[in-house]
Design a protein around this ligand. Sequence first.
Ligand SMILES: [Zn+2]
Ligand SMILES: [Zn+2]
Length: 133
Amino acid sequence: MEEVFKKLKEKHIRLTPQRLAVYEALARENKHLTVEEIYGKIKKRFPAVSLATVYSILELYRKKGIAAEIRITFNRSCFEARTDSHHHFFCRECKKIYDVELRPCPALQAAQVDGHSIEELHGYFYGICRECR
Ligand SMILES: [Zn+2]
Ligand SMILES: [Zn+2]
């Protein structure tokens, strides 16, 4: 938790109980959660918080590099507290999203490709996961 305080402070994000709760919900399970799922986790403690509030908090975190947004499925985007570059695998069977670890990519290390500077990289794989196979 201390670490979270530090992180948010560094990025000049004003600490509110709601903002902390959203971050906590994301970081605790280290999973990829939809806005609705995060909302579901905190609404008991913060009945006044709306889905739109949760969304705007996540948007703030995304802009500040505290959370990452993943759009591996068309109809819902997910968020995670992990912000280092990694790829994702989506299982068509169980709908689970897995983190995929990559060997350091030369383009990413140089943060450049064909003279373009890279800010983000998203690799999405689709298939059947090892549990479902
Ligand atoms: Zn699966
Ligand atoms: Zn991930």
